[in-house]
Design a binder for this molecule. Sequence first.
Ligand code: UTP
Length: 287
Amino acid sequence: MKVEKAVIVAAGLGTRFLPVTKSVPKELLPLGGKPVIHHAVEEAVACGIRSIVIVTSRGKAAIEEYFDVDVGLELALEEKGKTALLEEVRRLSCLADICYVHQQEQLGLGHAVLTAEIAVGQEPFALILPDDLFAQKEMVLKEMLEIFEEKQCSVIASKRVGRDELSRYGVIKPMDASANIYRVVDVVEKPALDEAPSDLAIMGRYVFTPEIFEALRGTSKGVGGEIQLTDALKCLLGKQSVYGYEITGDYYDAGTIPGWIRAMAAFTLKDPVLGDEFEKYLRQLLN
Ligand code: UTP
């Protein structure tokens, strides 16, 4: 089995980003010169995946508009002779083959993934949580896809975090805590500090066999009254081997205001167009 589809989940309410997310999808906030979700689509494409399913919800139509053809805008740019911008806008609509599915009720990440089943079918797929970003960019998913191809098993990204942060994440019990690719023995969603089975927190990149859908269908509401992907993973573990992959580089959570500010700074500093000027400005501010 080869992975040819990616699911990007973007239907969440974004309560940690209120009041901004009352009317603006957090997925469209910029990181460097591009919106958060643009980075997610580029990541999938850089990994050789062109077929992308975006899970959206009410109030997120602007995401579809962002990747859609805009004839009026193209004509206006053409008339004004803004050729470079015109090319950039045109590139957006042929970045990938994107289709959208709607999650009608925000019943959790697990439910959002299950909503994508109709577009994914009985195929393996990559799952991208666009708020989670890595300094290594597409290398994380690329390596996970290589592990999938070799093992033909689901793969979860993980990162070691401080013990005081563990209760915010799903946490993995690994078979061998010293290896950077390891068999997953168990997973626990948002554990109390004394119940965390390791310091390996689950990060927002997964490669799944299609059996995850069956596991999700059998999953009832868990922590926070939501259908938790971690609970479905637990069920999958009873039927198949699942591997963990440890990320070592920097990680950004653009799903909170402070996290997005950090990610914005890091991505802007690395942006080929904006980077130098931004660095100069930061130095000025600090002096
Ligand atoms: P989060 O746990 O960050 O939830 O979701 P959220 O709603 O986006 O934000 P907060 O916690 O209220 O601030 C992780 C990922 O799962 C998606 C989100 O869009 C995000 O990419 N998600 C979550 C859905 O698509 N649907 C849901 O019902 C919940």
